[in-house]
Design a protein around this ligand. Structure first.
Ligand SMILES: Nc1nc2c(ncn2[C@@H]2O[C@H](COP(=O)(O)OP(=O)(O)OP(=O)(O)O)[C@@H](O)[C@H]2O)c(=O)[nH]1
Ligand SMILES: [Mg+2]
Length: 401
């Protein structure tokens, strides 16, 4: 699973990555600071089952901070997108290619309206951030359109003459883009296109289908970034009504600030918290202290968080429909074979069965699967049981495997 971070130049993508992953991707007050894509590891935040079970855990693949589990998730910061990037404007469509592997996109937007569509500084409040939502969506759709159009005449004809379903041919065409045949089928149904005669589809119809496909296969949520700047809140309140949960307040800069001080143990702050505590006031300059207090009042108290964690959690749990599962080997002690308590959390698609989950731990484990135990209730389950969020599971496998 990969989260792609997109947006026009200078919207704050690298700051977002640095805040979420504590990386040092270059940040700059000028367009196209980032050119090559920069990967990072962020975290989703969940309440850890250690609290519920009242045990001291010993996480291996994730972190647990006082009952808050942070599970790693890869992020990718890409170069800024400008209108007509699909035609080669700005850094061109290479960076659209960088998005091939992304399953979900976080679109970072300057909500203060201080940047034009190309990311150049303009007078604050003179650009409508909603225009970014419109143009960037179109860029992704046009990029798909360009990919599909290459060889479209042949593909559509082959489908008709050789009676090969068009969704199969499209899926082959779009391999490597994390776009599945299921996504394509869903989009075709929604588009209302006649799948028997793809040669008759007009350009507009194809574009409409791709708009729907983008929505399904590359879902996007919006970060109302730079919410700390004057004017941002007005735009946020106005657009929140329209975009609902897909638009989330964000101050990447504030999160970065907090994470930096937390890393040095000057403050106590876990990503996603609604407040922080100063641990070492003597290590803070007057200016830093003032900034922190401002941030507490104007962001944390006002919005409940900096928004960075909310965005990552929403992308993974709500948009990607993922659940968290804790595998253990000892159902009494909740340990792995080394005695680590609640060692791992796996993020798996909702609907994953017990046997499929076994296969995610190890292929052999699926083959030798007998049954499994839901540790919290000690209930025995069969291979077809669909796991639920927060399940702790012990898998029983045949001997000799
Ligand atoms: N006030 C404020 N400034 C921010 C925030 N996030 C980013 N910035 C500033 O916006 C400018 C651009 O930030 P970057 O993170 O480099 O933007 P980018 O989207 O990666 O830009 P490119 O790599 O050029 O596409 C920098 O001066 C950041 O300090 C924020 O939440 N609040
Ligand atoms: Mg950047």
């Amino acid at each position: 699973m990969l989260i792609g971070i997109v947006g026009k130049p200078s919207s704050g993508k690298s700051t977002f990555l640095n805040a979420a992953c504590l990386t040092t991707s270059k940040v700059g007050d000028y367009p196209f600071t980032t050119i090559e894509p920069v990967p990072g590891t962020g975290y989703v935040r969940i309440p850890c089952v250690c609290k519920e079970l009242d045990v001291e855990d010993n996480p291996q693949n994730s972190l647990c901070i006082e009952g808050v589990r942070l599970v790693p998730i890869p992020l990718l910061d890409v170069a800024g997108l400008v209108p007509d990037a699909w035609k080669g404007r700005g850094l061109g469509n290479k960076l659209l290619d960088d998005l091939r592997r992304a399953d979900v996109l976080i679109h970072v937007i300057d909500f203060s309206g201080s940047l034009d569509a190309d990311g150049n500084n303009i007078e604050r409040g003179t650009y409508d951030p909603e225009d970014d939502i419109t143009f960037l969506d179109r860029e992704v759709v046009m990029w798909l359109d360009q990919l599909i159009k290459k060889g479209w005449t042949r593909i559509s004809r082959t489908s008709e003459t050789e009676k090969i379903p068009i969704d199969k041919l499209l899926a082959e065409k779009l391999t490597g883009l994390q776009i599945t045949r299921v996504h394509i089928k869903k989009a075709l149904i929604k588009s209302g296109l006649n799948i028997a005669i793809p040669t008759k589809w007009s350009d507009d119809e194809l574009l409409n289908f791709l708009t729907i496909l983008r929505f399904i296969a590359k879902p996007m949520i919006y970060a109302a970034n730079k919410i700390d700047l004057e004017g941002s809140d007005d735009n946020y309140q106005r657009l929140k009504e329209k975009y609902g949960d897909d638009l989330i307040h964000c101050s990447a800069l504030a999160e970065y600030f907090l994470r930096k001080f937390a890393e040095k143990e000057i403050i106590s702050y876990t990503p996603g918290d609604s407040d922080f505590t100063i641990l070492k006031p003597d290590k803070l300059s007057d200016k830093d202290q003032e900034t922190l207090e401002k941030l507490r009042t104007n962001i944390l108290q006002k919005y409940g968080s900096t928004g960075v964690q909310n965005l990552i959690n929403r992308a993974v749990f709500d948009i990607m429909n993922v659940i968290s599962i804790y595998p253990v080997e000892d159902q009494q002690k909740y340990t792995d074979h080394n005695g680590n308590v609640l060692p791992d959390v796996y993020l798996v698609p909702k609907g994953t069965t017990a046997k499929e989950f076994a296969g995610m731990i190890h292929q052999d484990l699926a083959k030798s699967f007998i049954n499994a135990i839901l540790v919290k209730t000690q209930r025995r389950i069969g291979e077809g049981y669909e796991l639920e969020d927060g399940d702790i599971i012990k898998i029983n496998a045949a001997e000799g495997h």
